[in-house]
Design a protein around this ligand. Structure first.
Ligand SMILES: Nc1ncnc2c1ncn2[C@@H]1O[C@H](COP(=O)(O)OP(=O)(O)OP(=O)(O)O)[C@@H](O)[C@H]1O
Ligand SMILES: [Mg+2]
Length: 318
């Protein structure tokens, strides 16, 4: 005869097995959910890039390249989904077996009870409810596991919120004059720049002066740090050591907006944004058409380029 003590012991044992399986599954599925998030972003990003740049992709005859990259990224994403489905099946299988075992032992317990201890109607009702136990237990465990997986999104938000933010856009106590920089002299004093605390220095103790009102060329092999220097002047990365002075003002002491709005940059890669040429030249709409024309003429006053600009004016700007 199956005693009540033995049956409760069995229930505890089955409960413990469920908990162990759940913990085993959760540590795997948590990592898989993280990987899924990491693999999802490139698919979306590549798709959006391909859509917005479809004209350029076609004009350079790179459709196959983009289609292949898309396949590879989708495969990486699907691979993780496949593993997630596998892990889910692993847990489902074990939960089903444990539910069936619990149900079977409950039935044996009911059957083995001495006659008259339990009302047959109540026993029948217990068996009917026991049939549903399988589904209830499985969905309960699933909800717990899903909750833990979804909490990863909160974890990512926490990670992002702990990323150090940029220095202030405006430092009220130290705002440069309206006319700054009037000369454009850049004085670099012993700067050392690196992209991360654990990374090697790219610029090591650079000291030089770019005189104002002159054209200065910086040459160097690829990877020598030319773009890094420009990024340091714009304070996209701050130097670990040293200072940069523009017309005598230490750029590390003023706000980012004050600094960046007073400097201009023509990027190495020719990039144009969607919109008219005028939008691209003056995205913040701060200058008049006449001022823009003046600058265009100053950049290259040869007769050919002037004709080109006049054509542009007729078709794009107005
Ligand atoms: N965002 C980044 N994170 C880490 N390292 C970087 C980063 N950008 C550049 N580097 C490294 O810094 C070094 C200098 O790169 P940088 O882009 O400044 O060279 P460059 O002189 O502009 O080259 P190029 O002539 O090819 O434009 C390289 O070794 C590069 O790998
Ligand atoms: Mg560069």
């Amino acid at each position: 005869m199956v005693s009540l003590g033995n049956d409760s012991l069995l229930c505890c044992l089955i409960g413990a097995i469920i908990l162990v399986s759940q913990q085993y599954y959760i540590s795997t599925s948590r990592e898989l959910s993280r990987l899924l998030g990491v693999c999802r972003a490139p698919v979306i990003q590549h798709f959006a890039e391909s859509l917005s740049g479809s004209v350029s992709v076609r004009s350079f005859d790179q459709e196959n390249e983009f289609v292949n990259t898309n396949y590879n990224l989708s495969n990486d994403f699907s691979r993780i989904q496949f593993h997630i489905a596998g892990a889910m099946e692993w847990l489902s299988f074990r939960l089903d077996i444990l539910s069936i075992l619990t149900f079977a032992f409950s039935l044996i317990f009911l059957i083995c009870m001495p006659y008259g201890i339990i009302n047959p109607g109540i026993a029948g009702l217990a068996v009917t409810y026991g049939l549903k136990f399988d589904g209830i237990q499985t969905s309960f465990i699933w909800i717990l596991c899903n909750l833990e997986n979804k909490i990863i999104s909160v974890e990512r938000i926490l990670q992002y919120s702990s990323i150090p933010s940029e220095p202030p856009l405006i430092v009220e106590d130290n705002r440069p004059d309206h006319s700054w920089p009037s000369k454009g002299e850049i004085d670099i004093v012993n700067i050392q720049v690196r992209y991360g605390l654990t990374m090697p220095f790219i610029l090591r103790g650079l000291t030089c002066t770019f005189p104002g009102g002159k054209k200065t060329g910086i040459v160097g092999r690829t990877g020598s740090g030319k773009s890094t220097l420009i990024q340091t002047i714009f304070r996209i990365i701050d130097p670990a050591v040293g200072h940069i002075f523009i017309d005598g003002t230490d750029i590390s002491t003023i706000g980012l907006h004050d600094l960046r709005s007073r400097l201009g940059i023509i990027p190495q890669e020719p990039i144009m944004f969607q919109g008219t040429l005028r939008n691209n030249l003056d995205p913040l709409d701060e200058h008049t058409d006449e001022e823009i024309w003046e600058v265009l003429h100053l950049t290259n006053p040869s007769s050919d380029s002037v004709t080109f600009f006049i054509v542009l004016k007729e078709y794009f700007i107005d």
